[in-house]
Design a protein around this ligand. Structure first.
Ligand SMILES: Nc1ncnc2c1ncn2[C@@H]1O[C@H](COP(=O)(O)OP(=O)(O)OP(=O)(O)O)[C@@H](O)[C@H]1O
Length: 384
């Protein structure tokens, strides 16, 4: 699916006009503070239900307003009909009233309760300056990275994950209590272990597919890292033993700490180069490239599952050199992803694609929150 129409209301500085996008590439340029990232952020709301920049909706709703709305129309994307020629395949809507703390989600006009019912229609992957935390930061970011993929490959994952969060929190309450209530803990251990095994099976199966795609991407792009780079999935405990046994064997330790220490909330995707974490051995630039390759591999797994990923690339010119930008754009084109790219300068597609090889694209100038489409004729000749 590709986002072919976006309309927002009271979303940062964005104008309320509807904008029609290409199911392929969309290039957005404009001065600092014009609203480019806000457009990506609004698209992100439809696929993630929240901002990828800030934790509170409050910062996103336009100053002086209390309710933001984002509406999007999707079509079948690059595998389907041309945009604007038929009825959209899905209509997604999200509104958030920050004063009432109320979110309303709609799919095709019908109210839906869970965010996953909205998000499942639109896999959105963000590449912005903060994305490098995936390798540089803690395991939480890497779990999110893997779980996003698992959710889109295996939609039932989300309900198991939510149940597991509820059970973990019940179990933590008992552990925090300080008094050992062994019979009660055993009841929660049984439920927790069953859900944990289910989640870890789903994560492990999808991780295997990711690993294959990642090694293909590494090989194709001739990074020279193939030999030394290893990615491994750690489920959160030693899976040669049932989780219920591990919990029983660490009862005292968990009671002392007052929370669950083993299971899916401790999972990680470990990325090492020659046996050492890449965060310790790779340069900043190498870490950036690595994360982008990991994101491309995610896109490849989803494209093999028949899903089209919408990539939001925010200010990559500041992050990547021309060679890596070309590599990224061409690979995303090959995977038939929908892509939004922001830049401050007027984009030169000829820098990314050789003449005659560029995808269909639309270009927009962003000024004071308003998008104006620029009619593009032939692609400019390569100028670098
Ligand atoms: N809640 C809000 N209400 C109204 N305007 C806002 C709100 N939050 C931010 N803005 C303004 O919206 C504009 C859009 O910011 P945005 O980050 O999208 O710009 P940008 O084009 O990506 O800039 P840069 O190139 O500097 O990253 C800014 O001028 C900002 O001051």
């Amino acid at each position: 699916m590709a986002l072919i129409k976006l309309q927002t209301q009271h979303f940062r500085n964005l104008a309320p006009d509807a904008v029609t996008f290409s199911p392929s590439f969309n290039l957005l340029y404009g001065a600092n503070g014009s609203g480019k990232t806000s457009v990506l952020e609004a698209i992100g709301y439809l696929g993630l239900g929240r901002s990828f920049r800030v934790n509170r909706h409050q910062a996103v709703v336009s100053h002086g307003e209390q309710k933001l709305t984002v509406f999007g129309a999707l079509d079948a994307g690059l595998s389907g009909s041309h945009p604007g020629t038929g009825a959209p395949a899905h209509r997604l809507g999200l509104s958030r009233d920050v004063a009432a703390k109320e979110t309303v989600l709609r799919v095709d006009g019908e109210a839906v309760r869970s965010l996953s019912s909205l998000a499942m229609h639109m896999p959105v992957s963000v590449i912005d300056p903060g994305v490098f935390d995936i390798v540089a930061g803690g395991p939480g970011k890497r779990r999110q990275f893997l779980d996003w993929l698992v959710f889109h490959v295996e939609p039932s994952f989300s309900s198991a994950w939510q149940q597991c969060q509820r059970v973990t929190s019940q179990r933590n309450k008992i552990l925090r209590n300080g008094r050992l209530d062994e019979p009660l803990l055993r009841v929660w251990d049984t439920q927790y272990s069953a859900l944990a095994e289910q989640i870890s099976d789903a994560r492990a199966a999808v991780f295997e597919r990711f690993k294959i795609a990642f090694s293909q991407v590494l090989g194709e792009l001739e990074t020279g890292w193939d030999e030394g780079l290893k990615v491994d999935f750690y489920p959160g405990w030693d899976r040669s033993k049932p989780l219920s046994d591990v919990l029983l064997n660490h009862r005292e330790q968990e009671l002392r700490m007052g929370h669950t220490l083993y299971g899916p909330n401790r999972a990680d995707v470990r990325v090492k180069y020659r046996g050492r974490p890449v965060a310790e051995t790779f340069s900043r630039g190498q870490q950036k490239t690595l994360v982008i390759l990991m994101k491309i591999a995610q896109g490849q797994v989803l494209s093999e599952s028949g899903k089209q990923v919408t990539f939001l690339l925010d200010d990559i010119n500041a992050e990547l050199d021309v060679r890596h930008r070309k590599m990224l754009a061409q690979k995303l084109q090959a995977l038939r992803c929908q892509v939004f790219i922001t830049s401050i300068e007027h984009p030169e597609p000829g820098v990314l694609w050789a003449d005659g090889q560029s995808p269909e694209y639309r270009m927009f100038h962003v000024e004071h929150g308003k998008l104006t489409e620029e009619k593009t004729g032939e692609y400019p000749q390569e100028s670098h």
